[in-house]
Design a protein around this ligand. Structure first.
Ligand SMILES: *[C@@H]1O[C@H](CO)[C@@H](O)[C@H](O)[C@H]1NC(C)=O
Ligand SMILES: *[C@@H]1O[C@H](CO)[C@@H](O)[C@H](O)[C@H]1NC(C)=O
Ligand SMILES: *[C@@H]1O[C@H](CO)[C@@H](O)[C@H](O)[C@H]1NC(C)=O
Ligand SMILES: *[C@@H]1O[C@H](CO)[C@@H](O)[C@H](O)[C@H]1NC(C)=O
Ligand SMILES: *[C@@H]1O[C@H](CO)[C@@H](O)[C@H](O)[C@H]1NC(C)=O
Length: 171
């Protein structure tokens, strides 16, 4: 194989690695950042400063003896009511997967909502990645950690074996 062919192959390996890494990448959005889930914080400002994608997590950190989290609909969010809630969490450190492209509504269910403990986020489709590819590989998402770790190792080994002779040829 000629050096040029080697380089082309190397570049295509790098490109597919980047694509895969993007596919399995997920962000954990900590509500309120280091201020957590507490009264008196404007979570609209926090949400406006973040971009949410399908597959990301939203996480709530709070005193579990005082607060909790309910996923509600628009009416529940506007009126601070939990009737017909979609889900509820109370561990004090809740990680909630954002697995649909839609607007989500979360409130505190025991009064905190009236002191500002409500947050609404819009979750977007992953940008410029084929949905079919993401949907066709659900098993890779669950094993995301090992995939992300394994690929760079493979790439480093490939680069080490291929690029060294390549430069040796020209020098
Ligand atoms: C939070 O900030 C937004 C954006 O500036 C503003 O529209 C909204 O009225 C604020 N909410 C409260 C409860 O202050
Ligand atoms: C928005 O995000 C930036 C960078 O992450 C941060 O420095 C800034 O404090 C944030 N602003 C608000 C209102 O959360
Ligand atoms: C909820 O609040 C809206 C205004 O935001 C009001 O029109 C509606 O009647 C309220 N619904 C209930 C069930 O209280
Ligand atoms: C939200 O859920 C409540 C209770 O199930 C329901 O009465 C209400 O119509 C729903 N509101 C919206 C905007 O879907
Ligand atoms: C919280 O969710 C559980 C199911 O996960 C449900 O059985 C329970 O009724 C919910 N609690 C409230 C207060 O809605």
């Amino acid at each position: 194989m000629s050096p040029v062919q080697r380089l082309l192959l190397l570049l295509s390996i790098c490109a597919s690695t980047i694509t895969l890494a993007t596919l399995v990448h997920a962000t954990d959005h900590i509500v309120g950042a280091n201020r957590g889930w507490n009264p008196g914080i404007n979570y609209t400002l926090w949400a406006n400063n973040h971009t949410f994608y399908v597959g990301d997590l939203i996480s709530f950190r709070y005193q579990k003896t005082q607060y909790n989290v309910f996923e509600v609909n628009r009416t529940g969010y506007d009126n601070c009511t939990t009737e017909g809630a979609v889900g509820n969490w109370s561990s004090g450190k809740d990680f909630i997967p954002l697995d649909k492209a839609k607007r989500y509504y979360f409130i505190c269910g025991n009064g905190g909502c009236f002191s500002g403990m409500k947050v609404s986020v819009v979750v977007h489709e992953l940008p410029s990645t084929p949905h079919a590819a993401a949907a066709a590989k659900p098993e890779e998402k669950s094993g995301a950690g090992s995939v992300v770790l394994a690929i760079p190792v493979v790439v480093v080994v490939v680069v080490a074996t291929w690029i060294v002779p390549f430069f040796g040829y020209w020098v």
